[in-house]
Design a protein around this ligand. Structure first.
Ligand SMILES: Nc1nc2c(c(=O)[nH]1)N[C@H]1C(S)=C(S)[C@@H](COP(=O)(O)O)O[C@H]1N2
Ligand SMILES: [Mo]
Length: 420
């Protein structure tokens, strides 16, 4: 015999999820939902805003190689020239995007749990306004779950969907944002009212159970549980953007939980040389850098580059996955000096960078003129006083202040200067 019929008094119809009394937790209620809603309003605004910035930071409007969503149309209306300062800009915006996203997971789940009765309420549509509200909910809940899922899968199992992640996450973002804006406009005034003055007397919120079970956890206890979950996620993920003990306790995320050890090249590696099949022969004595521009096609060995005027810049690597390194001291030839050799002595233009890597993503990138112009943008040959290691891009790699890791191409082979 099913358990429910044991508890049900004789003569009563079985309760269905559409019946408010089916939901019996005493924790649910307008206030509980309003508090979680306001936390999500602030948190998801940060996540969505930094997410849109992350797309702009790729220079997608500069060249098709940077753009993973070339058919975006007017959705790219807000793109702008990503600045080169402060030099930790992308480290901050992308660290926030991923970390705040992870930390909000318990809040999002608690919020969804708190409004479950409303999802089942009958009739499903009461009026045109109600139908539109439900549609916005579909975009909001569907969009949020989709964004969290694709984002988490991408950072945890990197390259689960090579190439297509960006497209999925970009379009998902706009679906989510449409629902988020509509839902905020519809519900924020009410949430504020509920928190200030409580629910107007006589009004049912559709969330609080009309037939609650005795509490096993107070509302405050429920908030504390959600908060503790978020705190645990913060502690075990935020550290992958910092050095020392913080990185070691970042057990939940890739490039965390380990100590990179001592040595000038001991900082995170995104893809190793072996992983992209770069053999020692490709980067040995025979390697030449090709520089193209109005001055023609120039070729330089590593010795010749090392004999040029070298400059240093302390810059981090900041990956779209949210992890970053502290500032490393890079040394190499300024991109703008190479632009001058290529035939642009006065005003450096954009540059198209190609790696000797033959397959896989991120072997080509386009940098904007403001990035080439910045004196800290280097074709780096050394890091922290030692030659680049094979995994960090030997014989030469790009490093640009404030840019996403994707634009810091390793194992560079060709630089083509000119308007793109
Ligand atoms: N040729 C090439 N360059 C590349 C990549 C790559 O896969 N191939 N990955 C990029 C990404 S996504 C990041 S985050 C940085 C990481 O640099 P690191 O491995 O030296 O930390 O390199 C960038 N440069
Ligand atoms: Mo990256």
């Amino acid at each position: 015999m099913p358990l429910t019929s044991l508890r049900r008094p004789p003569g009563k119809r079985p309760r269905t999820p559409a019946d408010p009394a089916f939901w019996r937790s005493p924790v649910r209620g307008a206030r509980f939902t309003a508090v979680l809603g306001l936390v999500l309003l602030v948190g998801l605004t940060v996540v969505a805003g930094t997410g849109l910035l992350s797309y702009a930071a790729y220079n997608p409007d500069l060249d098709p190689v940077n753009d993973k969503t070339p058919d975006k149309g007017w959705l790219g209306f807000y793109l702008f020239a990503w600045p080169t300062g402060p030099h930790w800009l992308y480290r901050l915006t992308q660290g926030l995007h991923v970390t705040v996203g992870i930390v909000l997971v318990p809040v999002l789940l608690a919020k969804l749990w708190s409004v479950i009765p409303a999802f089942f309420a009958l009739p499903p549509v009461r009026s045109v306004a109600h139908a539109l509200e439900r549609l916005s909910l579909l975009l909001l809940v569907g969009g949020a779950l989709f964004q969290f899922l694709t984002g988490l899968l991408n950072i945890q199992l990197d390259y689960l969907f090579p190439g297509s992640f960006y497209r999925l996450h970009f379009y998902g973002a706009w679906v989510f944002l449409a629902g988020f804006v509509a839902h905020t406009a519809l519900k924020l005034p009410r949430a504020v009212r509920v928190l200030r003055r409580g629910l107007p007397s006589g009004e049912a919120d559709g969330l609080a159970s009309p037939d609650p079970l005795p509490p096993t956890l107070s509302r405050r206890g429920a908030f504390a549980t959600v908060g503790a979950g978020s705190l645990l996620l913060l502690v075990t993920s935020a550290g992958r953007s910092f050095d020392g003990p913080l990185r070691r306790i970042a057990l939940l995320t890739p490039r965390g939980g380990t100590d990179e050890g001592p040595g000038p090249n001991a900082f995170q590696v995104n893809k190793t040389a072996a992983a992209v099949r770069i053999a020692p022969a490709d980067t040995g004595e025979g390697w030449r850098l090709t520089v193209r521009g109005p001055a023609g096609e120039l070729r330089f060995s590593r010795e010749e580059l090392l004999a040029m005027e070298l400059h240093s810049a302390a810059l981090p690597i900041a990956c779209v996955e949210g992890w970053s390194t502290s500032d490393q001291l890079w040394r190499g030839v300024r991109l703008r000096d190479l632009a001058a050799l290529a035939g642009y002595p006065d005003r450096p233009p954009a540059v198209f960078v190609e790696s000797l890597q033959r397959s896989g993503s991120f072997r080509k990138a386009a940098l904007r003129d403001n990035q080439v112009r910045d004196g800290r943008s280097l074709l780096a040959l050394e890091v922290n006083g030692a030659p680049l290691s094979p995994d960090h891009g030997y014989p030469a790699r790009i490093i640009v202040p404030a840019a996403p890791g994707v634009l810091n191409t390793k194992w560079v082979e060709t630089l083509t200067f000119g308007e793109l």
